[in-house]
Design a protein around this ligand. Structure first.
Ligand code: GLA
Length: 663
């Protein structure tokens, strides 16, 4: 080719390329990868509503668009050369309730570009047209209009993007970096754990003094009742619960770097579980793959990882330790009971007594699971008709905690028996456990039916799930927490509302029962999760893979200053103070007159918050400590100004300066 023809051809190609770049493209939102959409219920669908029906808003049919469900977020990556986003939005006609109400919003590079206002069922679609020039990140958001997500089916109908340059892409929600906020524990001893402990006179007693700091460490207990003994090198207190009454003990821990002291009030009487139980449960990591070996590994990891040093104690087996009539693992198939009616563990659990002995040898406690129905939720042997035998087996094996589910009990429950019928199985099992010669924590798992918070303690329960299984749908953690807080008046020592497990770190896939993988919550959401649970006096039961604990997960689970808020002897669940559209505070009184305050926000971008103490029902000046960073923030006269990260928390402990404090 001659030089001139080469130049001419190059110019032609260059021109074509330029024209192609400037050419206006158009793409339907529905044709992008919708698997990255996070939403409160179900999955986002192309050209269909969230329930799979044709898209329709106030009787108007739309052929194309995206059906989603509040609270929903769809992130798009643009290259600065997109032109416009257009859509018709509204509540989908397929929703059945007048309670459906949503707010659509379009955000570009952190700024709200458009908002629909509250939209309800039957309201005609609103047209959206947003200029996207120079934008690089677009967020299409559907909020719940402040009344929860129920029935909130929402459509981005006929949604399209016009662009020059690169085709817009749907992307996973951007996440903040996983910053470890909490400084590592000092080498000198620090004793942690509950300040009060309940036991029943004469029953076996076991308590591992939680303490951080370099080992070896020497432990001393001042004022220890003479029915108890302390292993000076492990810090494990064991023996027989002392006579009825209050016993005040001071633990002392020392090593080459220093010494620490902490008082424990032992209340020997009828009540146990005076602070929310802390520990681990296998369900969300291992499902029906759980074995004796994995439970031992979890117990060992609880000590090795330092979790036991900040108070984690119960190592709990969930479903699938018994036999099933059929199961893909033949080792879990076998007779339900022996000839005397005693429940049989499956072959994956060859020796329950040896397993609990191992757990106890570490100073930890053991938990087990069953259901009042003939079968458990996963289809294994349940306790129906054998409640007393099973409770006796659990005690004989050495278990200290029983989780009692509901599954399949519906088949045998008294129909239309009202609350009494809902209570019956728990009253029965609670009464039996109460009389055992062991202190057994009784955990009700019936998802909040019949306002369980009002009567859980009357049937000898110590904690009760207030809702169904906690999932990972967008905002579930905040939503479940705020619903749980509504039952705050029932939270007290020995009686705790249970919003489900701490599901962070490596978690199995609940739907497929698959192997553990990183949980989908962002770092900020994980800090929020732990903060919410501590402020609510919720049981702190971790349910991830103990063999794969990483430093970030341990940092979230193991901050003793947060745990002190959870374990506070008042057992109070925080009160909810709404602060704005997306932000709220939880405020919890503590036994020593301090107050724990969590400032949360559910929005997608960091927001500055300015909160007056009076808004929180407090009075300044107040000395303020940042609990995640374990840092004093000084004395603040009238309130606090701070920035709360996207879907994050600022967690504080405040108190009156010494001079203002009443004796
Ligand atoms: C129910 C419970 C879960 C777990 C499973 C076991 O879903 O809520 O916590 O125990 O059963 O099958």
């Amino acid at each position: 080719m001659s030089a001139s023809r080469f130049v001419a051809l190059t110019l032609v190609l260059w021109g074509a390329a330029l024209r192609a770049q400037d050419a206006i493209g158009e793409i339907r939102l529905a044709s992008l990868d919708l698997s990255v959409v996070r939403q409160g219920w179900g999955v986002a669908r192309a050209d269909r509503s969230v329930t799979g029906q044709p898209l329709g808003i106030a009787g108007q049919r739309f052929e194309h668009g995206v059906g989603t469900h509040a609270r929903s977020q769809l992130w798009l990556e643009l290259d600065g050369r997109a032109l416009a986003f257009t859509a018709m939005v509204g509540v989908d006609d397929g929703t059945t309730s007048e309670r459906a109400s949503v707010v659509f919003a379009v955000w570009g590079d952190g700024k709200k570009l458009w908002e629909s206002g509250v939209m309800r069922r039957g309201q005609p679609a609103k047209a959206v047209e947003v200029d996207l020039r120079a934008m690089t990140r677009l967020l299409l958001q559907v909020g719940d209009a402040g009344d929860g997500i129920d029935f909130d089916h929402a459509d981005w109908a006929e949604a399209r993007l016009r662009f020059t340059g690169a085709t817009p892409r749907a992307i996973a929600p951007p996440q903040e970096a996983a910053v470890i906020l909490t400084p590592p524990p000092p080498s000198a001893p620090r004793i942690h754990g509950p300040k009060v402990l309940g036991c029943r006179p004469g029953n076996p007693f076991l308590h591992r003094i939680p303490a951080t700091g370099e080992r070896p460490m020497r432990f001393v207990a001042e004022g220890l009742p003479d029915t108890l003994r302390l292993d000076a090198s492990t810090g494990i207190v064991s023996g027989t619960a002392p006579p009825r009454g209050t016993h005040r003990v001071v633990f002392v821990a020392g090593n080459d770097h220093g010494e620490d002291r902490r008082a424990l009030r032992i209340e020997s009487g009828d009540a146990i579980c005076l602070t929310p139980p802390m520990g681990w449960n296998h369900w969300y990591a291992h499902y029906d793959r759980i074995t004796d070996e994995m439970v031992r590994q979890a117990a060992d990891a609880m000590v090795r990882s330092g979790m036991a040093d900040v108070g984690y104690q119960y190592v709990n087996i969930d479903d699938c330790w018994m036999n099933a009539a059929s199961h893909r693992d033949p080792q879990r198939v076998g007779p339900a009971r022996d000839e005397r009616g005693a429940i049989l563990p499956n072959a994956r659990f060859p020796d329950m007594s040896a397993l609990t002995a191992h757990i106890h040898s570490l100073g930890l406690k053991a938990g087990i699971y069953t259901s009042p129905g003939p079968r458990t939720c996963a289809g294994f042997t349940g306790s129906h008709g054998h409640e007393a035998e099973d409770a006796r087996s659990f005690a004989a094996w050495g278990f200290d905690f029983v989780k009692y589910d509901w599954c399949s009990y519906g088949e045998v429950a008294l129909r239309d028996g009202g609350t009494a019928a809902l209570q019956a199985p728990y009253r029965l099992m609670g009464g039996i456990l109460r009389e055992l010669p062991r202190d057994v924590v009784f955990n009700l798992c019936q998802y909040g039916m019949g306002e369980v918070w009002e009567w859980g303690a009357d049937v000898h329960g110590h904690c009760w799930r207030t809702a169904g299984d906690l999932g990972f749908e967008l905002d579930r953690v905040f939503e479940v927490a705020l619903a749980n807080v509504e039952h705050r008046q029932w939270s007290k020592p020995g009686a705790f509302n249970d919003p489900d497990y701490l599901q962070i770190g490596m978690i199995g896939d609940a739907r497929s029962g698959g192997e553990p993988r990183p949980c989908p919550l962002s770092p900020n959401e994980q800090y929020s999760f732990m903060s919410l649970w501590c402020l609510m006096a919720a049981p702190l039961i971790y349910s991830g893979d103990m063999r794969q604990l990483d430093p970030f997960t341990l940092n979230v689970l193991c901050n003793p200053e947060l745990i002190d808020v959870d374990q506070d002897p008042l057992g109070q669940c925080a009160r909810h103070v709404p602060l704005g559209d997306e932000s709220f505070a939880l405020v919890k009184d503590l036994e020593d007159g301090n107050v724990a305050v969590g400032l949360f926000q559910r929005g997608e971008f960091d927001v500055p918050l300015s909160v007056a103490w009076t808004t929180l029902g407090l009075e300044g000046p107040l000395q303020v400590r940042d609990l995640w960073r374990q840092q004093a923030l000084g004395t603040l006269a009238s309130g606090i100004e701070t920035v709360v990260g996207r879907r994050g928390v600022v967690m504080l402990r405040v108190r009156k300066p010494a001079a203002d404090r009443h004796p």
